[in-house]
Design a protein around this ligand. Structure first.
Ligand code: NZQ
Ligand code: ZN
Length: 391
């Protein structure tokens, strides 16, 4: 909400192949990197949809090794296993086929062969990542933006930690974005993925100052998701809706929607990662139930203008002389939108029925993310209150 553009460096080196049958371009993209490929995928959706067979046929001239069963909220144990295969089989490159969990897991698998210790060290200290195998991805779920960013979020169930690691070496070389592969995504995952895309924007849009260009990008992505998430939710086979969601997913998290604006502290993600670390819930559902609570909690004289403009430009709500009225109407509209695509409203809705861990979660959220520097700064005690309100 100002005309300044703050300094930035921007470099997203991933090549994107977007659209129907874009996967046909993959073999020639991969060929310069060698022959030995580790194919990483999840719990079997790619076998049901036929994508697994497509990949095998397409890559017939490569030598394929496999790591299957990567979990939603991917575990460090899967990373360890993938790293071991890469070393033992002298893998040249990794191909991840799936949603954000598969892609994230594959990113740290690419780093693991070049580090002698436990790959968990790489997650908690990204400076230990010195080299990475080339990564190629075929995305099957529009949500995280992992296909177009350098982030990976890995869960360690032994320590109840879910931690994000960022390193430029983790950008995929090439990502195939064919919306056709997302036609089979369930209603639940379609809704959760859409909430995740929107949350990535909120984290970069609810900031001290955003420049007009970037602000417009953010609002455009939000409007697209609101329009097309409902269409895809009602009719999973709608290619156009799926295509709009897929492109929104990639743009929401690759930094472009933040460049020129002030820094965002990723508050909602900080709190949600604690929920998934302790309770293994679906990331986008956690974000959806937290967002309205967080917005109401942080609505004050500093944030009111930003929230009111969000209501006006994204939901078309008329600006009232009293901006609090507009801001509150915007939060309500967001809540109604989430409800219209079946997203949960409370922590109890996602099966969290005890407040026992809330203090530990609040402390850890503030340790992992600089919430004291957020748009509306938060202390651990306030994060605890937000968790109570979301209960
Ligand atoms: O495992 P399979 O059988 O493939 O099934 C998956 C999984 O059960 C299924 N699915 C995926 N594509 C499908 C499909 N089912 C039918 N048809 C398809 N085409 O969907 C389920 C969820 O998949 P998952 O990969 O876990 O979902 P998502 O893409 O939302 O990824 C969530 C993970 O990404 C992290 C989250 O924290 C979470 O761990 N994030 C990663 C980010 C990043 N790298 O930048 C940023 C995000 O903020 C987020 O934290
Ligand atoms: Zn997210």
């Amino acid at each position: 909400m100002h005309d300044q553009v703050v300094n930035f460096t921007y470099n997203t080196p991933t090549k994107v192949l977007f659209g129907k049958d874009a996967i046909n371009g993959l073999p020639s993209e991969m060929a310069p990197y060698g022959k030995r490929v580790l194919l990483v995928y999840g719990g079997g959706s790619i076998k049901k949809t036929g994508l697994y067979d497509t990949v095998k046929t397409l890559l017939k001239d490569f030598e394929l090794f496999e790591l299957s069963g990567v979990e939603p909220n991917p575990r460090i144990t899967s990373v360890r296993e993938g790293g071991r295969i890469c070393r033992e089989q002298k893998i040249d490159m990794v191909l991840a086929v799936g949603g954000g969990s598969v892609l994230d897991c594959a990113k740290v698998i690419c780093d693991a062969p070049f580090y002698d210790g436990d790959p968990w060290d790489l997650v908690i200290d990204s400076s230990k990542i010195t080299k990475a195998l080339p990564l190629f991805t075929v995305l099957t779920l529009a949500a995280t933006g992992s296909e177009y960013d350098s982030a990976a979020v890995i869960t360690n169930l032994e320590t109840n930690e879910k931690i994000g690691v960022l390193n430029p070496l983790n950008y995929p070389k090439v990502s195939v974005l064919d919306p056709t592969y997302t036609l089979t995504v369930s209603k639940k995952q379609t809704a959760a993925g859409s909430a995740d895309i929107m949350s990535h924007i909120f984290e970069q849009y609810f900031v001290d100052g955003s420049c007009m260009v970037t602000e417009g990008l953010c609002e455009s992505v939000l409007r697209s998701v609101i329009k097309f998430a409902k269409i895809a939710y009602d009719n999973g086979n709608d290619y156009t809706a799926r295509a709009n969601l897929m492109w929104s997913s990639s743009l929401a998290c690759n930094g472009i929607c933040q460049m020129g604006s002030e820094y965002g502290a990723w508050v909602c993600h900080a709190i949600e990662h604690e929920l998934s670390a302790y309770y293994d819930i679906t990331h986008g559902e956690g974000l959806a139930l937290l967002t309205p609570v967080l917005m109401r909690y942080t609505l004050n004289d500093k944030s009111v203008k930003r929230y009111a403009y969000f209501a006006n430009r994204v939901f078309g709500i008329e600006l009232n002389d009293d901006l609090y009225v507009t801001a509150k109407a915007g939060i309500e509209a967001l809540e109604q939108f989430f409800a219209s695509i079946g997203l949960p409203k409370t922590l109890r809705d996602v099966g969290i029925d005890s407040k026992e861990k809330f203090d530990a979660m609040a402390e850890h959220a503030c340790k992992c993310f600089p919430l004291d520097k957020a748009f509306v700064p938060l202390t651990p005690a306030q994060v605890r209150e937000i968790l109570d309100l979301a209960f």
